[in-house]
Ligand binder design. Structure first.
Ligand code: COA
Length: 150
């Protein structure tokens, strides 16, 4: 399974263009991670360090194949990115979550709890204003500060 298929199998994630996925796997490789099982892709996290905030890792997408969910893979992938030398200045994690994505809320609340860090949520991308009614609103989550993981 390749990344396009993995993301497509993980609603409500937006399916990316192949071009976008290739940028995630090249320019953003140091802040992204892939998990394989028996040679097949089962998990992927894409992220980047926000250009104006060098202490903040933005998590773009988290995708875990349904058959391996609930085993801590998403949490381990987040932790793995943060152990890298590239992330030694990172003290905050940001992401966006739609109101009804319970698994995503649980994942990032668990991350904040593990890091003993504050968890703040605020409105950001609005269904009508930014997505012309075609996509649910995205709430901005900011977690931190936390200790360097490396
Ligand atoms: C969200 C997702 C990545 C979680 O992957 P996962 O590997 O199953 O997550 P983990 O096993 O690391 O679980 C992390 C925490 O979230 C909780 N959790 C996971 N799935 C959950 C669900 N469906 N409902 C409620 N809580 C859930 C776990 O119990 C765990 O918390 P705990 O340790 O306090 O019990 C996966 O469900 C997925 O790919 N969903 C579709 C795509 C998506 O919505 N991505 C997130 C938006 S970027």
């Amino acid at each position: 399974m390749d990344l396009v298929e993995l993301v497509a199998s993980c609603p409500p994630l937006d399916v990316n263009s192949s071009y976008c996925n290739l940028l995630q796997c090249s320019h953003f490789a140091r802040t992204s991670v892939a998990a394989e099982q028996d040679g097949g892709l089962v998990g992927f996290v894409s992220g980047y360090i926000i250009p104006e905030k060098p202490d903040t890792l933005f998590i773009w997408q988290v995708a875990v194949l349904e058959k391996v969910r609930g085993c801590g893979l998403a949490s381990r992938m987040l932790d793995q990115i943060l152990t890298r030398h590239t992330c030694n200045q990172i003290r905050y994690l940001e992401t966006t979550i739609t109101e009804d994505n319970q698994a995503s809320w649980a994942l990032f609340k668990r991350f904040a709890k593990t890091q003993e860090a504050d968890f703040q949520a605020s409105a950001w991308m609005d269904k009508e204003k930014h997505f012309a009614g075609q996509h649910d609103s995205e709430v901005l989550v900011r977690i931190g500060p936390f200790q360097s993981q490396n």
